[in-house]
Design a binder for this molecule. Structure first.
Ligand code: SF4
Ligand code: SF4
Ligand code: F3S
Length: 379
């Protein structure tokens, strides 16, 4: 197999095709600290793309509660168990990736979920890691009892296992933006892609008998508009844009800033070797760092400390870029924080959004003599 460089694991690895990066790579950052699992993203996508016959169980976007939630059932546990021990040496991964661990004659290591694995999309929702008892401290950070929400879409991976494994070459990665698409005219329903996408983000449609996956709302992206799941996000947790490789990172690109400059946003399961392009800001309240490192790699402690510092007022630039998330429908290509405001600019450099770092607060007297009333809410 050819060798390709995967910066998320700090080394070269085997991949069935030559490494050819797109001109630019669409990417997103999800802040798990702000997700409220309202599932608005899930429904925005479902009503746009997957409300037809045969699509009943298909969720291109889903939100699961960690540690117990998963859709399909135990996708992460099963993939990690299949892969075996995963060792990091500082920021370099020393174990095998899914491509290197592929059984003889196959392109990647994977498993095909059974139909019943898709029966409960919200399994484990709001369940804590431990049973709750009276004698624990809950108002201490980090918590010993915790859960957090993990919103998931296709990662439009740099080295997609779905693409690598399709015998019909029905899956392709667009050179202009790195979006991974499945050509349903070419697909014959072999489901190698379903088997080998470790994130289980390709779905087989039993009515049409071909597979389908997230299209990253490419018609919107082509017009400079964010995908639907992003722009409908109630918690404003999502920053959408384009990510560079570390050597080409630009400090004024919001995604690059979060991923490469502050290193506060981390890839999901980097040890699998796909160079996934949805990045996560890990939850700051979770006491089990090893669990977070298993999910997001070795940068977790740095990311949590950096995020905390910003929330405590020690990093206005980081605060500013996080406040720009979902503050406009437009894709923000550049940002700047200046005199108490964060500014976002489109591809041509036009300002498309401006938000204050602190909302102005007005305190009104409790008694209003003009109307002779007492106010309940004075701010
Ligand atoms: Fe393919 Fe899965 Fe990666 Fe999406 S997340 S590009 S479906 S391997
Ligand atoms: Fe659905 Fe578009 Fe979000 Fe993909 S990017 S999950 S297609 S709404
Ligand atoms: Fe290929 Fe997957 Fe279709 S393997 S043929 S794209 S079901």
């Amino acid at each position: 197999m050819p060798k390709v460089y995967n910066w998320q694991i700090g080394s070269e690895m085997d991949y069935p095709f030559e490494g050819r990066r797109p001109q630019r790579q669409a990417a997103a950052v999800f802040d798990t600290n702000k997700c409220i699992a309202c599932q608005t993203c899930t429904m925005a996508c479902k009503t746009t793309w997957t409300s037809g016959k045969g699509q009943e169980y298909i969720f291109w976007n889903n939100v699961e509660t960690k540690p117990w939630g998963s859709y399909p059932l135990a996708w992460d546990v099963r993939v990690l168990e299949l892969l075996g021990p995963q060792a990091w040496d500082a920021n370099v991964y020393r174990g095998k990736t899914l491509f290197e661990a592929a059984p003889s004659g196959e392109r990647a290591l994977g498993y095909l979920p059974e139909d019943l694995d898709y029966a409960y999309p919200n399994r484990g929702e709001d369940e804590t890691n431990l049973p709750l008892t009276q004698d624990r401290f809950y108002l201490r950070l980090p918590h010993d009892a915790w859960f957090f929400y993990l919103p998931r879409i296709c990662n439009h991976c740099t080295y997609p296992a779905c693409l690598a494994s399709c015998p019909r070459t029905a899956i392709y990665k667009r050179p202009e933006d790195g979006i991974v698409l499945l050509d349903q005219q070419r697909c014959r329903g072999y489901r190698e892609c379903v088997k080998n996408c470790p994130f289980k983000k390709v779905f087989y449609n039993h009515t049409t008998r071909v597979s389908e996956k997230c299209v990253l709302c490419f018609p919107a992206v082509e017009r400079g508009i964010q995908p639907r799941c992003m722009r409908n996000c109630i918690g404003k947790i999502r920053t959408f844009g384009f990510v560079s490789t570390p050597d080409r990172a630009r400090a004024d690109n919001p995604v690059d800033f979060l991923v490469h400059v502050r290193k506060v946003a981390l890839p999901l399961l980097p040890q699998l070797g796909l160079e996934a392009n949805v990045y996560y800001i890990p939850p700051v309240h979770v006491g089990n760092v090893r669990f977070l490192q298993m999910l997001f790699g070795p940068g977790v402690e740095h990311a949590v400390a950096t995020y905390r510092k910003a929330m405590e007022g020690g990093d206005e630039e980081l605060l500013g870029v996080l406040l720009l998330a979902v503050s406009t429908d437009r894709i923000v290509h550049r940002f700047r924080v200046h005199r108490g405001h964060a500014y976002g600019y489109d591809e041509r450099g036009k300002e498309v959004v401006r938000v204050p770092l602190r909302e102005p607060t007005m305190v009104r007297p409790a008694y209003d003599p003009q109307h002779r009333v007492y106010r309940y809410n004075v701010t």
